[in-house]
Design a protein around this ligand. Structure first.
Ligand code: SF4
Ligand code: SF4
Length: 389
């Protein structure tokens, strides 16, 4: 840390303690955590130094510290900490603080980061959807067979979610540029000869294949939770784009009919149409199931750790619950549609869309923002020759 003059931020310390790092003051700097961590570089290792920086309230230094993102939250360090200071939880709380600090607009970071304001975060899409349904004359349960398009027209759904996705990209661009600017003043300076693209490719390979996480010892089995959640999200992302391609490029509307002339013209027979429909549905449902199993494993891990190695923050629980709700409401909507139960199917679909909105619209402020912040920090660390394991 050199000869720099540090400015402790007492409010920051208080926020960390309230946010899940309440045990950090128990740390007496024995360095067991840094010794057992399989991911830390040997030079200037974490998380011991972050523990003392957090105790001192060194907010600026911690905001500029890529090391808190090199941690994969396995909690091996917390398991072996002789003082029960839970360094894994402290780093997790620090990451949450960095996400809130770089959020744009800031108040959204506060709303999504505070579980007590969950109801506010959910009321925003509820009010928006009700207003849009009312304005388009769809605020009712349609008569006849259950077809979601009759209740919430697909162009309206697409307009909401395409606009939301564009806003998310814009918000991330601002937040990540703020974050990158802070990283670039830390002791690990970017090397002039380092390259962005190779570092990014290497980082993405590490994340997709969980190369780093597998190095964690006692809790390495958690890679399967992450793998299932990542696979589920990627599968649902592919299926969403597949649906858009079907509708807007091929002009194939759901629910697919076996004698749809547009489909018959390209696929040639009713059997081929039904086969296409089956593959499409199986792919989507399998992705949802992977996500559902992953979210249940997330619950199981958190309950198993409760009060032992880790105390899950409400931030983590809200994320796990919302992922679970997205899956379960999506699957229930589909079952109710097959059962042709309009009174349950349409409200369930409405709830499903609210949950999907929560996951997508609040991505830059929620637990999922880790994907982007961690990727950015690891790329930075590689370019600064900090993360070369
Ligand atoms: S967090 Fe625990 S293991 Fe790490 S330095 Fe502090 S007391 Fe030691
Ligand atoms: S939680 Fe795991 S990766 Fe993070 S500092 Fe502790 S031991 Fe290292």
């Amino acid at each position: 840390m050199g000869d720099a003059v540090f400015t402790p931020d007492i409010g920051f310390v208080r926020g960390l303690k309230e946010g899940g790092a309440d045990t950090m003051k128990q740390c007496y700097q024995c360095a067991t955590c840094s010794t057992v961590c399989d991911l830390t570089p040997a030079d200037n290792p974490f998380p011991r130094k972050e523990m003392i920086m957090a105790q001192w309230g060194l907010k600026e230094e911690l905001s500029a510290d890529p090391d808190i993102w090199l941690c994969h939250n396995c909690n091996d360090c917390s398991k072996y900490c002789p003082r029960g200071a839970r360094p894994g939880d402290v780093l997790s709380t620090l990451r949450k603080a960095v996400i809130a600090e770089n959020a744009f607009p800031r108040f959204m970071g506060t709303i999504v980061g505070n579980a007590k304001l969950l109801i506010v975060a959910l009321l925003i899409p509820v009010a928006l959807f009700l207003a849009l349904l009312n304005a388009t004359g769809h605020l009712n349960i349609p008569a006849g067979d259950v077809v979601f398009n009759k209740f919430f027209p697909i162009p309206l759904v697409d307009a909401i979610f395409v606009t939301t996705a564009m806003c998310v990209v814009f918000v991330f661009a601002i937040s990540v540029s703020r974050f990158w600017g802070k990283l670039n003043v830390n002791p690990y300076k970017l090397m002039a000869h380092s390259m962005l693209i190779p570092s990014l490719i290497e980082t993405l390979k590490e994340i997709v294949f969980h190369k780093k996480f597998q190095k964690c010892g006692a809790n390495a089995d958690r890679t399967w939770t992450h793998r299932l959640i990542v696979a589920g999200f990627i599968g649902l992302f592919i299926q969403t784009n597949w649906a858009v391609f079907n509708l807007y490029v091929l002009k194939w509307e759901t629910p697919f009919l076996k004698d749809d002339p547009n489909m018959m013209m390209i696929l040639g027979s009713q059997a081929a149409v039904m086969m296409y429909y089956a593959v499409y549905k199986i792919f989507g449902n399998t992705s949802a199931l992977l996500l559902l199993i992953g979210s249940l494993m997330l619950f199981a891990n958190r309950i198993k750790d409760k009060g032992v190695n880790s105390v899950s923050s409400s931030f983590d629980w809200v994320f796990a619950v919302m992922v679970f709700l997205v899956c379960i409401t999506g699957l229930l909507s589909e079952f109710c549609r097959f059962a042709n139960n309009a009174q349950v199917a349409y409200p369930m679909y409405f709830i499903h869309l609210v949950c999907v909105f929560y996951i997508i619209a609040y991505l830059p402020y929620s637990k999922l923002a880790h994907m982007v912040y961690r990727t950015t920090a690891i790329v930075y660390a590689k370019m600064a020759k900090r993360d070369v394991m």
